[in-house]
Design a protein around this ligand. Structure first.
Ligand SMILES: [Zn+2]
Length: 147
């Protein structure tokens, strides 16, 4: 483990986002991979105690996705970090971004039952803001094209 990773995980916001990601992947794995062997995740963040004494139980595949996501979050170049779905950096490699999208689509609505209602509301509000900005940008395009 790099010292940088441990330092970044010392940031409360980084830890919070990382824990949320782990919760989401935990919900996904429990529902979709019940037939696989699932053990408490032994990722770098887990070894730093980010998940307390109860890291999420994950199959090997989901643990690898979590490990990848932990690093992306820790080294996110944006401050404050926007929700990944609205970010223009695209720091996830394509296959991971695609996996993450379908995982979030599954776990997002279900996470409301796991105490993430506030995050869900924040996410919806931010999505609306981004859609509005998109519309403004594209109507500006139209205006320019009309001239
Ligand atoms: Zn899994």
């Amino acid at each position: 483990m790099t010292q940088d990773f441990a330092t970044r995980m010392g940031d409360a916001r980084v830890r919070k986002d990382t824990k949320m990601l782990a919760d989401f992947i935990g919900i996904y794995c429990r529902a979709n991979h019940a037939d696989r062997e699932r053990t408490p995740a032994q990722t770098e963040a887990a070894s730093l105690g980010v998940y307390g004494r109860k890291p999420p139980a994950l199959c090997a595949e989901c643990a690898a996705h979590l490990e990848y996501g932990e690093k992306r979050r820790a080294f996110c170049p944006k401050d404050p970090k926007p929700f990944c779905a609205h970010c223009d950096v695209h720091c996830y490699r394509n296959s991971e971004a695609e996996w993450q999208r379908q995982m979030m689509r599954f776990s997002g609505p279900r996470s409301m039952l796991h105490g993430h209602a506030i995050d869900g509301v924040r996410h919806a509000l931010e999505a609306r803001k981004y859609r509005r900005n998109d519309r403004r940008a594209s109507s500006a395009e139209t205006t320019r094209a009309d001239r």
